[in-house]
Design a protein around this ligand. Structure first.
Ligand SMILES: O=C(CO)[C@H](O)[C@H](O)COP(=O)(O)O
Length: 231
């Protein structure tokens, strides 16, 4: 699979969300728009919910990748599919029944994805991987944009890529947090193929060019990486 760049609207101007979404759309633009949903319980920050996702889905042709940093995703995640999300990510630490939830998200027509906070290991979830379309490894503690990338997550990215290869899965491996021109190559080399970037895109003078540049960097590193050559 080609590498994908998903700008995070957490770093966008929330008063101009439609324009900010459009600023990264187009043929060489964002593959997905990453929408950070925070409830001020699972994480100490509050962002947006179902009505704004519905509006964004109408405002942009770029598919929405909704990352739910919320408690009780078993109850709420299906509503984000109905609101127009093409991919819905719930947290392993918050889901009561992750297999049932992943199946429900898929049955409703979206891609099902599960996220792991930095201190959550991948190994207990090995048997669940076939139920998922994407696994998100957080490379910062979730809650805020603009944090420094946690290098200590690189071994977890490598181990997850090995599990994906071992089971012959088509699972996408997403990283989120501190992804920038300085860190994206390390993530790609370790095995990530979907990259969320907030401040590196929306903090740039030209967000569309930042997306292109990050994709070029990641693709070059992926092409020369052992995991991609073995794939
Ligand atoms: O999920 C998130 C924070 O919880 C954001 O998507 C992430 O932090 C993106 O921002 P940046 O690229 O600036 O780190």
């Amino acid at each position: 699979m080609a590498v994908q760049i998903n700008p995070s609207i957490l770093s966008a101007d929330f008063a101009r969300l439609a324009d900010e979404a459009k600023s990264v759309s187009g043929p060489e633009g964002a593959d997905w728009l990453h929408v950070d949903v925070m409830d001020n319980h699972f994480v100490p920050n509050l962002t947006l919910g179902v009505p704004i996702v519905e509006s964004l889905a109408r405002a942009t042709d770029t598919p929405l990748d909704c990352h739910l940093m919320i408690e009780d995703p078993d109850r709420w995640a299906p509503q984000y599919v109905e609101a127009g999300a093409g991919s819905v990510t719930f947290h392993a630490e918050a889901a009561a029944a992750p297999v049932r939830l992943a199946r429900e998200i898929r049955a409703k027509g979206a891609r099902a994805s599960m996220a792991l906070k930095p201190a959550t290991p991948i190994e207990p979830y090995e048997d669940l991987l076939p139920e998922l379309d994407m696994l998100l490894i957080m490379t910062v503690e979730p809650g805020f944009g603009g944090q420094a990338f946690l290098d200590i997550m690189l071994p977890k990215i490598r181990r997850t890529r090995e599990l994906i290869s071992k089971h012959g899965l088509q699972l996408w491996l997403q990283v989120d947090g501190g992804v920038s021109a300085d860190t994206i190559e390390r993530c790609a080399e370790a095995g990530a193929d979907v990259f969320v970037a907030g401040s590196a895109v929306y903090g740039a003078t030209d967000p569309a060019e930042a997306v292109r540049s990050l994709r070029t960097q990641a693709a070059a590193k992926t092409a020369s990486s052992a995991w991609a050559c073995d794939h």
